[in-house]
Design a protein around this ligand. Sequence first.
Ligand SMILES: Cc1cc2nc3c(=O)[nH]c(=O)nc-3n(C[C@H](O)[C@H](O)[C@H](O)COP(=O)(O)OP(=O)(O)OC[C@H]3O[C@@H](n4cnc5c(N)ncnc54)[C@H](O)[C@@H]3O)c2cc1C
Length: 380
Amino acid sequence: MDVRLSDDQELLRRSIREFAESELRPHVMEWDEAQQYPRALLAKCAELGLMGIQFPEQYGGAAMSSVDYCICIEELARVDPSVCLSIAAHNGLGASHIAMFGTEEQKQTYLVPLATGQQLAAWGLTEASAGSDAVSMRTAAVRDGDHWIINGTKQFITHGGTGDVIVVMAVTNKSKGSRGISAFIVERGTPGFRAGKKENKLGMRASETSEVLFEQCRVPAAQMLGAEGQGFVNALQVLDAGRIGIAALSVGLAQGAYEAARAYAFERKQFGQPIGTFQSIRAKLVDNATRIDAARLLTYRAAAMKDEGHRTTLEAAMAKLYSSEIAVRAAEDGVQIHGGYGFVKDYPAEKYFRDVKLTTIGEGTSEIQRLVIARQLMAV
Ligand SMILES: Cc1cc2nc3c(=O)[nH]c(=O)nc-3n(C[C@H](O)[C@H](O)[C@H](O)COP(=O)(O)OP(=O)(O)OC[C@H]3O[C@@H](n4cnc5c(N)ncnc54)[C@H](O)[C@@H]3O)c2cc1C
């Protein structure tokens, strides 16, 4: 067992870190205030392969491994967790669902422009009254000749207002429960498909989140994604992989919050000495550094298992649960170490603190991760 990254992976980390420091760091607060994903960044991200990190080269992707994916996501989140959330949702949900379950024609038509950064993907599972219990969704699709007609409203959709393509889950046979839900690819501009309310969020503000409405939206049958009735089952597999991405995002965010706190601790003096020399401040830094390392190892384990072709339901849920919860702790300690300066926008601590809470909620809350883990560990 070798827990060290390869030379190529260290090089990848350095190049994404340089990109994040030069292209993201100067704009973090401006994008947070604007509450809009910086669309101009898509082309720059695409140059580094960040819009199609794990997809095969034949579809315009960078064909990186799942461990490489974690490195990219970590380095982006270390600087700007909200821009990173957009890239993770694009790669890990919408585009990934098409890459995993699309036909060759669907991949050529939809995955190529997504993986090359010409288009942005959205993924619609959640509804106002169907969050953790997504199977109780009401959005439904009814067959009409060689089309499906979709009606319903999706809630909290990343890129719901700006994504070019959405993968949407809808009930096609209510009597079959979770096996009566199908997935569809819908393009922006399709009559009957529009964005609703844009959310005004606590954090992750540069990543746009909106309601999405389908009103008598006619979609050709060829745009069903995966087999009829398999949409929810496939979505769970998409989430297994997506959760490794949110775990990596949490690790990167925690690392950024920790580094900012450590730097501040040796810059700020009280009682005639840097606060970083006080034992209680050092203990916070040491405990966070240790927890971040543990979270990173859990995340890389899940990613390495995925690379080896194993099922990772258990490992991905453990990585997501632990990494997100220790990230909340790291961001909170970051504010505490900054004292009053952690409460104002002149320092990065407050933004990590606002952004981090999404990690214990999105792609399945901590409570749901514990349910998933319990189901894997215990028969009853
Ligand atoms: C910024 C942002 C971006 C998002 N992006 C997307 C997206 O792109 N696509 C998408 O489909 N969704 C997206 N979501 C939705 C997200 O996945 C849901 O918010 C999440 O799954 C929780 O659902 P909910 O908000 O309805 O909470 P609820 O399910 O109502 O949960 C409320 C509370 O009850 C707890 N709870 C629920 N059921 C149980 C149970 N059985 N046992 C114990 N506790 C339970 C939850 O853990 C939580 O603490 C996004 C959300 C946010 C905030």
